[in-house]
Ligand binder design. Structure first.
Ligand code: ARG
Length: 449
């Protein structure tokens, strides 16, 4: 029988039952559900709402259930409607009457609000750890590659030279912002909805401060109606996840390009590549492609949740059960993507020679020739014109700016001297970009070390 079977006379339609159940996907919250119930039962005992004997029996029973689930002796399955019903039924089966007192002063509405919040908080804490490890992978790349030259791109066209440390530093910034965003989300999330009841609190003298503290929350939520209706914290978390995945997808895209036959800037290790069933020579960057591709489903989760919550009247509505599958999917996807990216980055081989060579070609030092002329007193706009002519000349001669003879240079502008060559060498170009945040800053720090 269902938890709520009392006022029902007809059996449930099979499709109704299947449509309504959430056990198949909310069973992953068993730990949070049990922890929440333990705190609730202790509080009921402390407040004299149930006897301490009953409270102790409930706590022991729940601890036994948790242990049995974790050690594989109890499998969460069967026709219970959801994880809350499953645990309560199991408890009553184990300890009898006392088990039926657990739900005193509680509704599944505040129970599920609590479980989902705690699950989200646990996942968020894990994500913060994983992001930290990813950032450490960037730190290592930054420390090792202040002098690894590569072309920087705009519009996917070679633009100016930079270093791998600078490029990886850009991603580090993104993931650090993500980390700080997670911190903000956690802070706002950390109020405990337990004790809100169905939505209007209860007539029992619950101690909400006590349960909030026990469960690691800063304080109980303010308004009991909002407590059971609110999923803002989840939307916020899924947005944070979507942003992380977006950053991962941009990096994946670059890795895919760099790994292509044309670029060959990197070689992805075998552990993160797969082959082709027909073309024996192929090694494909599938993991990077999947991280890029799965961004779609994470965005989908965010969009779906926004739509589920749109226009919902207060307080709890069953629509809100639809928050779980999307959110869990987004959590799994992003957590796996972050781990895989960290592994891929830590094992990737950088073809430094090829990167440097590429930085030397494609006129990435054209701006530096113009800057050289500015130092010789030529106005920047005029210098820009001269360098345009020089580039044309190079294209005719199929050479780079470094290869032009002094004679050629002087044909365009007689202010150019022998020192042009050192002024536009790759190393000088990078070294001279010493503005705050520019690649030269890292290069200078590296050579001082
Ligand atoms: N399985 C439900 C959910 O995930 C639990 C809450 C049910 N509450 C109710 N009044 N039907 O939202």
């Amino acid at each position: 029988m269902k938890l709520w079977g009392g006022r029902f006379t007809e059996a449930e339609d099979a499709l109704t039952e299947a449509f309504n159940e959430s056990l198949s996907f909310d069973k992953r919250m068993y730990k949070q559900d049990i922890k929440g119930s333990i705190a609730h039962a202790r509080m009921l005992g402390k407040q004299g709402i149930i006897t301490t004997e009953d409270s102790d029996a409930i706590v022991n029973g729940l601890e036994g259930i948790l242990k049995d689930i974790e050690e594989g002796r109890l499998v969460i399955e069967g026709d219970a409607e959801d994880i809350h019903s499953f645990i309560e039924a199991e408890l009553t089966e184990r300890i009898g009457e006392a088990g039926k007192r657990l739900h005193t002063g509680r509704s599944r509405n505040d129970q599920v609000a609590l479980d989902m919040k705690m699950y989200t908080r646990d996942h968020l804490d894990m994500m913060m750890g994983d992001l930290q490890s990813l950032i450490e992978a960037f730190d290592r790349l930054i420390a090792e590659n202040a002098e690894t030259f590569m072309p920087g791109f705009t519009h996917l066209q070679k633009a100016q030279p930079t270093t791998l440390a600078h490029h990886m530093g850009a991603y580090k910034e993104m993931f650090q912002r993500d980390l700080s965003r997670l911190g903000d989300t956690r802070d706002r999330l950390n109020e405990c909805p337990l004790g809100a009841g169905a939505f209007a609190g209860t007539t029992y003298p619950l101690d909400r401060e006590y349960t909030a503290k026990k469960l690691g929350f800063r304080k109980p939520t303010n308004n009991s109606m909002d407590s059971v209706s609110d999923r803002d914290y989840l939307l916020e978390y899924v947005f944070d996840l979507a942003t992380i995945q977006m950053h991962l997808s941009r990096l994946s895209e670059e890795i895919i390009i760099w790994n292509s036959n044309e670029y060959q800037f990197v070689r992805i290790s075998d552990a993160y590549s797969t082959g082709s069933s027909i073309m024996p020579q192929k090694k494909n960057p599938d993991i990077a492609e999947l991280i890029r591709g799965k961004t779609g489903r994470v965005y989908g989760a965010l969009q779906s949740l926004m739509v589920v919550m749109k226009g919902l009247p207060l307080a709890y509505n069953k629509d809100m059960q639809e928050d779980k599958e999307f959110a869990f999917d987004a959590m799994d996807t992003v957590a796996n993507s972050v781990k895989l990216m960290q592994g891929m980055l830590s094992t990737i081989t950088w073809n430094k020679e090829r990167m440097e060579d590429s930085a030397k070609r494609g006129f990435t030092n054209a701006t530096d020739v113009a800057d050289y002329l500015v130092r010789k007193g030529v106005p920047f706009r005029t210098a820009h014109g001269y360098v345009g002519e020089l580039v044309l000349l190079c294209e005719e001669k199929k050479c780079s700016l470094d290869d032009l003879s002094l004679e050629d240079y002087r044909k365009v502008c007689d202010k150019i001297d022998e020192d042009i060559y050192s002024a536009i060498s790759l190393e000088t170009c990078v070294k001279n970009r010493r503005t705050k945040g520019a690649p030269g800053e890292l290069l200078v720090t590296a050579s001082e070390d």
